[in-house]
Design a protein around this ligand. Sequence first.
Ligand SMILES: Nc1ncnc2c1ncn2[C@@H]1O[C@H](COP(=O)(O)OP(=O)(O)OP(=O)(O)O)[C@@H](O)[C@H]1O
Length: 300
Amino acid sequence: MAQTIEVTGLRKRYGDVRAVDGVTFAVEEGEFFGILGPNGAGKTTTLEIIEGLREPDEGDLTVLGLSPWPRNPKLLPRIGVQLQASAFFERLTAREQLQTFGSLYGVPAKKADAMLELVGLDDKADVRVEKLSGGQAQRLSIACALVHDPELLFLDEPTAALDPQARRNLWDVLREISTEGRSIVLTTHYMDEAESLCDRVAIMDAGKILKLGPPAVLVRGLDAPARISVASGVLAVEDARVLPGADEAGDDGVSLTISTRDPSAVVAAMAAKDALDGVQIRGATLEDVFLELTGREYRA
Ligand SMILES: Nc1ncnc2c1ncn2[C@@H]1O[C@H](COP(=O)(O)OP(=O)(O)OP(=O)(O)O)[C@@H](O)[C@H]1O
C-alpha cells in the first residue's frame, strides 16, 4: 500500500541558504506526524513543497499517491491546508467564512455549523472574524481547512502566538480531529506540543532531519537520567550523593536535585529518611533529545 506521503532526498535553496537539505521521510495513513524544530529549521519550506505550493530543487515526493507539483487539481480536494498566517474573507461572520470556503468545494452550507461545533466555536457563529481572539481565529482557520472533509490535513504552527491555555484548548480540538482516521502533518517549534500530540515526530534543524520516531521512543533511546528534586534543606547534599542509586546531587538554594538512573531506589531511600517533602520526579524530554543531537540547548 502506498504511504500517505513519501518524500525522498528533498532539497530547496534560497540563494546561499539551504532551507531543506536532503530530507527523507514517509507518513502513514491515519498518522499524526510532527515536524519539530527551531525557527528557520526548514519546516515551513518542507511543508509548502509537500502541499504543492513550492517547487523543490531536488527530490521525489508523492502525496496520496500523486505528485503535488506542478499544482495537481486531483489532489486539492483531498488535502486541507492551514497556513501560518490565516487569511479570511473580510467582514464575514465565522459561519459565513465557513460557508464561503465550503462553497468552493461544493459543500452544503449547513456543514458550517457542524464544523463550528467541532472546533468549539458554535457560540461565535455570528461574530465577525476581526472580533475573534487569536485562539478563536486559529480554530476557525482549522475549520476552514477541514470543511471539505480532506483525507490529509496540514497545520503550520497552529498554536504559535497563543497563550498556554488557548494552546491546550486547541490541542484538544486537534486530538478530536485526529481520531477521525485522517492523516495530519503538523509543524511546531513547541517540544511539548509534539510530545503530546504526535504519533511520530521528525526533529529538524538547519534543513536536515536529525531524528525521527515516536516521541517516547526518542526520549527512551537517550538513556538520560531522571531528576528527583525536593525543597532545599530537606536533605544535605552530601547525604543525597551517597543514597543508593544516586548519580549526582546538587542544591541551588531552592531545590535539591538528584540525578539517577534508578529513581525507585532513590525515592525509597529518601522515604526511609523522611525526606520526600515537595518531591518532583522529571524524566528526560524531547528537549534533552535535541540537546544530545545538536550539542546546544533548544531555543524556539
Ligand atoms: N522565500 C524565501 N526566500 C529566502 N529565504 C527563505 C525564504 N523562505 C525561507 N527562507 C529561509 O530558509 C530557511 C528555512 O525557513 P523556513 O521558513 O522553512 O523554516 P521554519 O523552520 O519553518 O521556520 P519558522 O518556524 O520561523 O517558520 C530560513 O533560513 C529562512 O530564512
